[in-house]
Design a protein. Structure first.
Lengths: 379, 647
């Protein structure tokens, strides 16, 4: 048990743990969630139903989960990593077999009280597994091909399952999240250069394969790429999302139209206004100032995580905290790029703001782990 | 498992290094996102705000109220009445069939309309209102409103619909409106955007069509905020349109109604014209039809019935119908000869009952002949041979010139559909149109208004008014537009010899007031209102020699379609002309028996302004007239205290 390496005499115990929580981080998370409540209240036309109120309840539940995870010692979670990863991959397989159809993609297991999205869960369990792996792996083996191949397999197994659903957004997040963690753990630069080169080759192959028998992506995914590259080509069809999103965003101007005055979202020009595209409503109603404020809140959350990670002498804790931060970063970076027309529409929610239970619960779970690492850091 | 402290410290450094690189990369990307926001929200904000407004703001047209039409006294002839309909919006209704079945329990739904509505509901966009019941009552609307919670997506709507309160009396003059058709749109170069509104109505025929632009008005606009589905969320502002101009007709409603009633049993037409102003006081074509049927969309059966009616209710016979004028044309020939100096009024022509012209025998209507006939007697007793003789002397060109001077053969400028020009033939006309030389027999036929000569009842009334006044009176149908009085058709003197005109007028007086006149039976007893007239009987067939020999000539023995047209023109009072009247009864037989009595009744009605006293009629006719008046009073709309007076 590696925690014996450290002097854990000063690790808080019992209720005192609450005092050692990363309260700044908690406050930032709540502020971001608050922005979410405000926007959900606004897009519902000034009503707590149907979105703001359930979202608040979920956040409260999420906070409870975070605290529960935080008070459990971090070494317990490290020991659970392999199990957690295995269970989530099994759940992904179960989704293949018993999943419920939704939005053209098979993503949920209906547990009755909750629709579980294993593809969300695996984002965190993959980070846990990789952090535990590199915690266990002696440093000098980090960049050896065999020891690089193992985590790559661990990443690709869930990615393959998620792609089958098909869910391009989550696949990208998993690959990028896993890759970033390997990068932090110290895998040699050359590997990443090779992967990026191979990725470029793959993109070429994807475009070349279009319309042939061995076509790699689904037709709707090709269309989304097309409309991303030229939204004007089909402004009322597939390009509608991007065009309308940019219109709403741009019309916000410096300070926006004012709370609840966003005409584009209120008049339903915006698609998915309460989920993936909620950022456009924020940008329309609060303008550049509001949008940059949210971006700064996100940046502060990252900063708190990085600071906590770098100040933590436990390798698993550091890697896990940075991994969760990277995943969180990927969430909002991809979502914002998407709504601002910098990336194709892939279906990634804005973390803690978009309406939706699964993603929020998983992120709060992740931040619970970050808090646990923070509380139980060696002193 | 313990790790050496050195390795641990080394790994810690590496994580710190890589963590900082990652943090830097994240910060850089966040910077890119921020710059992108700046680009969209600050630099391109104006452009996007414009696009956003284009998205949400729609301009909707507000249809203007159509101009109303009044008679000369201000009684309403065409108006706009509120029309209620019930619409369903599919995406609001949810279960459309359930909503329809609930609605059917409240309001009687027409199965045909419902079928069409179901088609539209399935076919059109979910947010398009589809009419399931049109022209429902206020009570129906109230019932729907009360039950609104149980009827999601059901919206009552109020619009304006054209209504013609006096039904058939103005069907031919005012015409009717109807929905805009593809053909209407193709006809126009740049159709008003209003015409594209669903259920917008435009004039289809008659005045409604000819004065469409005047009556329509201009559309108002309102700017509305719409959602992505196109539904109106709120109104931002509106610009009022301009209602169409009201129009006042020259027609006198009471007289028009009387004329219609008087003609009702015949296929006939009558025009009453004011000799001073040219105002058409009445202009009727019988039988008529209810224009309101067309506004609603006439049923196939009703339309079929109108088309199959052998009395042809649809065309306006008063201005579109052209007939050989028969003996009513004789004034033209006589005046042409007098003006040409070819004939002295006292000179006599011997009528043996026929005239041989280039080996062809032209008969007088009176088989035995009239003997010696002068101008006066020729009109009074309508001798044909006298006019054959004049035609030979004067020639067709001068007769035609006189006809046109008197208003025949020209299309008078009236805002009505297809105003007929009729025909006053010339030698050139025949060469061009028939490819044959003019023969003298053509002139002989034309001299008594047969052959190629064709005229409408309107033209005959104009001719009569011009003979009565010596001025070129022109017909006027519009008294005022939007309160602006229109120029009258008083006309300038035609420059005809007053003495010649007097000769004609005296002869026309004798037609009705001389015991030997052809219309003596239809004379007026009241001295102040005595009339001058002329009968006409125009053949619609050639009488064969065999028929003439057998003596089968009586109209009553022929099928209706082959009987002669009966015509009568007159003006009154004789010494101070106020009105000119022309009446034609299609296949009515003789002008003196079929047309003259009608013209006499209309004349008296117009001069008295009400039912004339029986004293105005010859004593032996009074019993019959009393019965007729009683009967007509019952059939005329609006006679019970003039309830149609709403202006």
């Amino acid at each position: 048990m590696s925690y014996l390496e450290y002097n854990v005499k000063h690790t808080p115990s019992g209720l005192r743990k609450v005092l050692y929580l990363n309260w700044g981080l908690t406050l930032l998370l709540t502020a971001v969630a608050g922005v979410g409540f405000l926007m959900l209240y606004s897009v519902a036309g000034g009503s707590f139903t149907p979105w703001a109120e359930p979202q608040m309840k979920r956040y409260a539940f999420g906070l409870a989960v975070m605290f529960a995870v935080a008070v459990v010692p971090i070494w317990f979670w490290r020991n659970m990593s392999v199990l957690a990863y295995t269970v989530s991959v099994l759940l992904l397989i179960a989704v293949e077999l018993f999943g419920v159809q939704g939005k053209g993609a098979q993503r949920w297991i209906d547990l009755g009280f909750l629709r579980l999205q294993p593809s969300e869960l695996v984002k965190i369990t993959l980070v846990m597994l990789l952090a535990a792996y590199y915690d266990w792996l002696p440093m000098n083996r980090t960049s050896r091909p065999l020891w690089v191949a193992l985590p790559v397999i661990a990443i690709l197994v869930p990615v393959a399952l998620v792609l089958r659903q098909p869910d391009l957004g989550t696949s990208i997040l998993l690959v990028a999240g896993g890759g970033l963690l390997m990068f932090i753990a110290g895998v040699h630069w050359a590997y990443f250069a090779a992967v990026i080169g191979a990725g470029a080759a793959l993109v070429t192959a994807i475009f070349k394969s279009r319309g042939t028998d061995w076509q790699i992506l689904e037709n709707y995914q090709y269309r989304r790429i097309d409309t991303f590259l030229d939204p004007g080509s089909d402004p009322l069809g597939a390009g509608y999302h991007i065009t309308q999103s940019k219109i709403a965003l741009g019309s916000g101007g410096w300070t926006g139209r004012g709370f609840m005055q966003g005409t584009q979202s209120r008049l339903n020009f915006l698609p998915e206004k309460h989920t993936d595209f909620i950022f456009t409503t924020l940008a329309e109603e609060f303008g550049f100032v509001g949008a940059v404020s949210l971006l700064l809140l996100y940046a502060l959350i990252l900063l708190f995580c990085i600071a906590s990670a770098l100040g933590n002498k436990d390798r698993f804790s550091s890697l896990l905290t940075l991994g969760v931060a990277a995943t969180f970063f990927l969430f909002f970076a991809v979502n914002m790029s998407m709504v601002m027309g910098l990336a194709p529409v892939v279906g990634v929610p804005l973390p803690l703001v978009s309406y939706g239970g699964s993603a929020m619960l998983i992120l709060m779970l992740g931040f619970g782990l970050v808090q646990s690492a923070h509380i139980h850091r060696p002193r | 498992m313990r790790r050496p402290t050195r390795e641990n410290a080394e790994s810690q450094r590496r994580i710190t290094r890589r963590g900082l690189v990652l943090g830097g990369a994240m910060a850089a990307f966040i910077g890119v996102l921020g710059l992108r926001m700046r680009h969209l929200q600050v630099e391109q904000a104006d452009q996007f705000r414009l696009l956003a407004d284009e998205n949400r703001i729609n301009i909707r047209l507000i249809p203007p109220a159509r101009g109303r039409i009044f008679d000369r006294e201000g009684r309403i002839v065409a108006e706009n009445i509120p029309s209620y309909r019930i619409n369903i919006v599919r995406e609001e209704a949810g279960d459309v069939e359930e909503v329809i079945s609930r609605l059917a329990r409240l309001v009687a739904l027409d199965p045909k309309e419902l079928e069409k509505a179901r088609e539209d509901l399935a076919k059109l966009r979910g947010d398009t209102p589809v009419t399931v019941a049109d022209r429902v009552t206020w009570e129906d609307i109230s019932r729907v409103a009360v039950n609104a919670p149980a009827l999601p997506g059901v919206n009552p709507e109020v619009g304006l619909s054209r209504h013609y309160p006096v039904n058939a009396d103005y069907a031919h003059l005012v015409g009717y409106v109807g929905p805009v058709s593809e053909r209407d749109l193709k006809r126009m170069d740049a159709p008003d955007a209003l015409l594209l509104l669903p259920r917008f109505q435009i004039g289809k025929i008659g005045l409604e069509a000819q004065l469409e632009e005047t009556l329509r008005g201009t559309a108002g606009t309102k700017r509305v905020e719409v959602n992505a589905a196109g539904r109106i969320m709120r109104e931002l502002d509106r610009v009022q349109g301009k209602a169409g101009a009201d129009i006042q007709l020259s027609v006198d409603n009471a007289l028009q109604s009387y004329v219609h009633a008087r003609l009702s049993k015949e296929s006939a037409a009558a025009v009453v014209m004011d000799c001073d102003t040219g105002d058409l006081l009445a202009c009727a074509s019988a039988p008529s039809f209810d224009p309101n049927l067309f506004v609603r969309g006439i049923s196939v059966a009703d339309y079929r019935a109108l088309l199959d009616n052998k009395y042809r209710p649809l065309p306006n016979k008063a201005v579109q119908g052209i007939y050989p004028p028969g003996s009513t044309f004789k004034m033209v020939t006589a005046l042409a000869a007098l003006e040409d100096g070819q004939v002295d009024p006292n000179e006599t022509v011997y009528c043996p009952g026929h005239l041989e012209v280039s080996n062809r025998r032209f008969h007088c209507w009176k088989g035995g002949g009239h003997g010696n006939v002068d101008l006066h007697r020729s009109l009074r007793e309508s001798c044909d041979v006298y006019y054959y003789d004049l035609a030979l002397r004067v020639g067709i060109e001068k007769i035609t010139a006189m006809a046109q001077k008197l208003g025949l053969g020209v299309a008078h400028d009236l805002p009505l559909t297809s105003v007929a020009a009729g025909l006053t033939p010339t030698k050139d006309w025949k060469l061009v149109n028939r490819g044959e030389e003019w023969v003298i027999g053509d002139s002989v036929n034309a001299s008594i208004g047969q052959g190629f000569v064709l005229s409408s009842p309107l033209q005959l009334a104009v001719m009569t008014a011009r003979l009565a006044t010596g001025r070129s009176v022109t017909p006027r149908l519009l008294k005022s537009i939007d309160g602006v009085e229109q120029p009258t058709g008083h006309g300038e003197p035609m420059g005809l010899n007053e003495n010649h005109l007097r000769q004609i007028r005296q002869a026309m007086y004798a037609v009705t007031n001389n015991r030997r006149g052809t219309a003596y039976g239809s004379r007026i007893i009241e001295d102040a209102f005595r009339m001058a007239g002329k009968t006409g009987t125009s053949q619609v067939r050639n009488i064969t020699t065999a028929e003439r020999a057998r003596g089968v000539y009586r109209n009553e023995d022929l099928p209706w379609e082959r009987r002669d047209h009966a015509l009568y023109v007159n003006y009154a009072p004789y010494d101070a002309p106020r009105i000119a009247v022309a009446v034609i009864v299609e296949h009515g037989g003789g002008g003196s028996t079929a047309a003259a009595p009608i013209a006499r009744d209309i004349t008296l009605q117009a001069l008295y302004g009400e039912d004339p006293p029986l004293a105005a009629y010859p004593s032996k006719d009074r019993d019959r007239i009393r019965t007729q008046q009683d009967e007509l009073r019952r059939t005329r709309p609006g006679m019970a205290g003039d309830s149609s007076d709403r202006a």
